[in-house]
Design a binder for this molecule. Sequence first.
Ligand code: NDP
Length: 327
Amino acid sequence: MFKGILIDKTEHGYTAGVRDIDDAALPDGNVTVRVAYSTLNYKDALAITGQSPVVRKFPMVPGIDLAGTVESSDHADYKTGDTVVLNGWGVGETHWGGLAQRARLNGDWLVPLPEAFTPAQAMAIGTAGYTAMLCVLALERHGITPDKGEVLVTGASGGVGSVAVAVLSKLGYRVVAVTGRPQEADYLSQLGAAQVLDRTAFNAPGKALAKERWAGAVDTVGSHTLANICASTQYRGVVTACGLAGGMDLPASVAPFILRGVTLAGIDSVMCPRPDRLQAWARLATDLDLGKLTLITHQISLAEAIPTAQKLLDGQVRGRVVVDVNA
Ligand code: NDP
């Protein structure tokens, strides 16, 4: 038996609780992992609260991320005792996930735990941090170097945003952070933001084209915010879009794309090919300051993950949350 969060949907409604689960109930897979830490991402919060149809099969163990030790393996690349990390691939949505003490997975989904990180640090990064790095890599791929100008980060006090601010500032970019929490301005400055702006300047309907300011952007918010960022991005600037914290719509015009050659780069972490994942993790090992990661992160127990999920969706959680599944 092992402990895990189990989500169920029956005629009595949607439930999520910590349960004792029989090993025999684990799904098929060729690697069994003893989980040390998981984390709470935006998507995990949606799954636990049932606020959005993230979970596609019931009952489901949520948790799109895990770090732990291989207990048994029929996969050529992994043996008992190896430390591994998993992000995405539909885990926690269609396949039982990381918010439990044990997981059985397809070994192709795993990456070795980078030497630079402990399992807890890898989960402090988690999908949010690895997605932030995918955004940074996309900016670089499109030629946005620090000399090109300012880079905007929205949802900056959240998980993706906090890691993006920390990494971009370490790389020498002048980072402008957008937040709805002015009380977090000092935190964002400590992470490396050169300026902090209020989100109200971005989230109302705006013009098709505005004054050119941003060389690049990491947007976690979507909707009017993303449209306004595109409208105020410099000639040949790049906007990476990874989130929908403000809405799934995109009420934009084509003007920034056809008149200023702006690139809108979509970022997906879930099905991201393995070479790109390995590159993102390797870059996190060199370009994320571990002192800043400590500032970004706090730790909770498995049972605390349930009430924390609603707080995260209510915008009351700063940075990243690591879940000690054995606490
Ligand atoms: P968090 O909840 O940690 O951060 C989201 C932040 O967005 C909040 O902290 C808040 O920041 C801001 N925010 C919240 N609500 C609103 C709103 N209504 N309008 C404007 N800003 C708002 O989530 P994550 O960082 O984990 O994820 C951020 C987004 O990125 C989510 O939409 C998530 O689904 C998406 N995502 C996508 C991935 C992909 O593969 N494409 C992978 C990981 C995440 P503040 O208080 O500073 O304004």
